[in-house]
Structure formats: C-alpha cells, structure tokens
Design a protein around this ligand. Structure first.
Ligand SMILES: Cc1ncc(COP(=O)(O)O)c(C=O)c1O
Length: 434
C-alpha cells in the first residue's frame, strides 16, 4: 500500500524525490538475473560489431559500436544551480541508428533473434560469425518472418530499423502518445505502423496477442524481455571506460550519481543493473518520471505484493514526455530494481521544456522532453530534504564536492528541426516568465 502522505503529494503533481527504503548492498541483493549475463552481453555486442557496421553505414568508427559520448556540462550545471562535483551528460540522445537509448536494447534483441533464427533454419552454421547474416540468401529467407513490437515511439524506431536492416518484415504498434514524426520515420523505413487509440500498455498487449497467434511473428516484449534488458546493461562498461579515460575515480569518497529517465523501466533498469555490477554500491542510481506517470515510484513505494499503476492512485498518465508515458512499470524490472535503486524523482512537464532550452543554449544539445528529465537529477539529490537525508544516511555529505553526476540523455537527435524549434520556443518562453 502506498503511504497516504506520499499519495497526497503525488496527487498535487509537484515534483518530489522518493528515496527507496528497501535498497540494500548490491552483494546482498537477490534478483532474478545474474552478473555473468552482463558480461555475456558485452561480448555479444563485440561479436555483432562487424555486422552492425555492414548494416549501418553511419557506424564508421573503428569498432562498429553503438556508443555515445560522455559530455562534461559545467556551464549548464552552473546555470541550473548545481555547483558541487562534476556534471556530465551521457549522450544517448545522439546514439547512431535510432537516436535514442532504445538503440541499445532494440538492435541487440533483433540481431540476436536473427542469429538464432538463421541457425535454427540451417541458413548459417552454428560456428558462423554474425556477419553471415548479411548474405543475400539469409535476408531473402528473413522476408518471410516478422518482428513486432509495441512502443510509445523510440523502441519502435530502434526495433523497426534493426528488423528492416536484416530483411525482416516489421510491425510497430504505437500508443496514442506516439509523435507523428516517429510514425512517418518508421513508414519511410518500410515498417508497418498500427496506431492504437489507447495507452502504451494496450498497444503492447495488442501486439503480443497478434504475435502469439502466428509462429512467423517474433514479438519484442518491452514489458518482459531479458534480451532488451541485457542489451542496455552493457552501457555500464562503456561509461566505466569513459570515466577511466578522463581519470575520474569512483569509490566511497568519490561517489557516482546517475539520473535515468524511466518509462516501462527496461532501459534505465538494464543500465542500472549493469552499473551496479561495474561500480557496486558507489553507483547511486535514480530514476526520473513525469509527475503524472510515476509508475516505478508507485510500484516500488507501494511494495511488491501486487501490481499498482498510476491510474490506481488517481494520476492521469498524461505528459509531453512521450517516451515516459507509461502507467505501469514492468513487473520484471520492479523485482530487479526493488533492492538496487536509490530512488525516483518526478518532474513537471514545464520544467522539461525549460531544461531542454537550457541544454541547447548552454551545451548545444538537442534533447527531446523525455531526455531533458535527466537534468533535474542533481538538484533532486542535493537540494531536497529527502536528498539530504539520503546523503546523510549513506555518509556522503562530505564527499559531494568530489562526486560525479551523470545525467543520461535518452533521446532527441532524430527530432525533426521544425518540431525541435517548437520545443525550444516553448522552453524559452517558460524561462522568460520566471
Ligand atoms: C527518450 C526516452 N527516454 C526514456 C525512455 C524510457 O525507457 P523505458 O521505457 O525502457 O523505461 C524512453 C522509452 O521509450 C524514451 O523514448
């Protein structure tokens, strides 16, 4: 049951930070996944790299990796009133191929499905490397199979583009929150788009039902998929290497704070699980959700006895942050995050536009509203009574001048210019009213 006082604060719609009372040291946490699976995912990504490079000409780098920059944003942090420690944006808004964090999950799952299907159909040999999927005969055979997914938009882009690149048919079931430009972009890639006049959960259920009835349809299940989860988890090792390259230490005296936008929970959950394997208890991971769609918060605060959604407590699930317009967190992710997550903060839609404009102005970033949510993290952790309580409880107060804050910017570089100019104008107008 969700505490009455917390419920009443949530219903007021004002931003807040909830600290997870059930977080325990990572080595004591019993969760339904294993650390070795993160290592496997890192290896799978390395094995896939030559094929990815062949499929996507934009992967011109030396290793064919789907990776993003770690961008220091001191001026932006200053303008936002954050002055303790160093501040970075993890630039998944500019991830190649799909322009969002969803590239890490969707491409991973579709390509691994392609490999296992090709092996089971005898199209390639068990010991062939993934590049064998680029053979025209394999692609021709894949045309008889369909990859389907339900999405608020960005997962659809990632799965749809990946599926078409391997020669599959692709169907994306979009929720009513999906933005028109995402639908257009998918159609341009030859993806069938089914638009539902219902929320994300309903779009996923419709896609799952259709796939269940047809053995030639493979369903990427955003609510349940472990493949998506581990695809995301490999991002932690990438971040470790980037921090190492900059000589940034992470230990008990130099804590690492991470702020991750959350919808169904797969992307931030997978990344958090990976981070906990790499940095242990020195990684302090916070999810961020819209004030009207705090599905992770209500589930984790309400306890794991039964599933709770945001409608149950009287919220609307209406937000401009389309990627986070999700009423009920994945049950699988809730189990994994329950002992590991530090907390969840909520954001008001108007702040998303303000921060989006500041990020453009101060750091030249092109973010979509969902991604801008990460920028409120340092203030939530440092400037709220709950955040101060968290720092005290964890003995961190005196170490925060040596902290590293990483705000995970989850999408935006594919937003069409006209649309982005509209976001900017709105943000700037809101900023000028202050
Ligand atoms: C830009 C953006 N940020 C964050 C998320 C949240 O990811 P998840 O739904 O896996 O929690 C999404 C999901 O689509 C997204 O598009």
């Amino acid at each position: 049951m969700i505490d009455a006082q917390l419920k009443s604060r949530l219903l007021k719609g004002a931003p807040l930070l909830w600290v997870n009372p059930d977080q325990i040291p990572v080595l004591m946490a019993e969760v339904p996944v294993r650390p070795a699976q993160v290592k496997d995912a890192e290896q799978n990504w390395r094995d896939l790299a030559p094929l990815l490079q062949q499929c996507f000409p934009e992967l011109q780098g030396p290793n064919g990796a789907i990776s993003s920059d770690l961008i220091e944003v001191a001026a932006l942090a200053q303008v936002m009133g954050n002055d303790q420690g160093r501040h970075f944006v993890k630039g998944d808004h500019a991830l190649p191929v799909a322009g969002s964090i969803k590239a890490r999950g969707g491409i991973y799952e579709v390509f691994l499905y392609g490999l296992s299907l090709a092996r089971s159909l005898g199209l390639i040999k068990a010991d062939d490397t993934p590049i064998a999927l680029a053979h025209p005969e394999v692609k021709a055979a894949f045309a008889n199979y369909t990859v389907a997914v339900g999405s608020t938009g960005n997962l659809g882009l990632s799965v749809g583009i990946a599926a078409r690149a391997l020669g599959f048919q692709a169907v994306v079931h979009m929720s009513s929150d999906a933005k028109a430009w995402k639908v257009e972009r998918l159609k341009h890639h030859g993806v069938d788009v089914v638009q539902h006049d219902a929320d994300y959960g309903n779009a996923v259920a419709a896609a799952r039902d259709q796939a269940d009835a047809d053995p030639t349809i493979y369903f990427v299940d955003d609510e349940r998929s472990e493949l998506l989860f581990f695809g995301y988890s490999a991002a932690a090792a990438e971040l470790r290497d980037q921090l190492d390259a900059q000589g940034i230490i992470v230990d008990a005296q130099h804590p690492l704070f991470l702020y991750l936008p959350c919808g169904i929970g797969g992307a931030p959950g997978g990344v958090t699980y990976g981070l906990k394997q790499v940095f242990g208890d020195n990684a302090h991971c916070f999810f961020v959700e819209p004030a009207q769609s705090p599905c992770a918060l209500v589930q984790l605060a309400g306890g794991l006895e039964k599933q709770i959604n945001v409608y149950d407590i009287g919220l609307t699930n209406k937000t401009e942050a389309d990627g986070m317009a999700v009423a009920e967190i994945s049950w699988f992710i809730a189990q994994v995050m329950h002992p590991l997550l530090s907390g969840v903060y909520t954001v008001a839609d108007d702040d998303l536009f303000r921060w989006l404009a500041l990020a453009h102005d101060q750091a030249g970033l092109q973010l979509e509203p969902s991604a801008a949510a990460c920028l409120g993290g340092p203030a939530a952790a440092m400037d709220t009574a709950e955040g101060q309580g968290y720092l005290t409880q964890n003995g961190l107060t005196h170490h925060m001048t040596q902290a590293t804050h990483v705000m995970w910017a989850t999408g935006g570089s594919f937003v069409p210019d006209e649309e982005f100019q509209g976001f900017l104008a709105k943000g700037n107008q809101l900023l000028s009213q202050r």
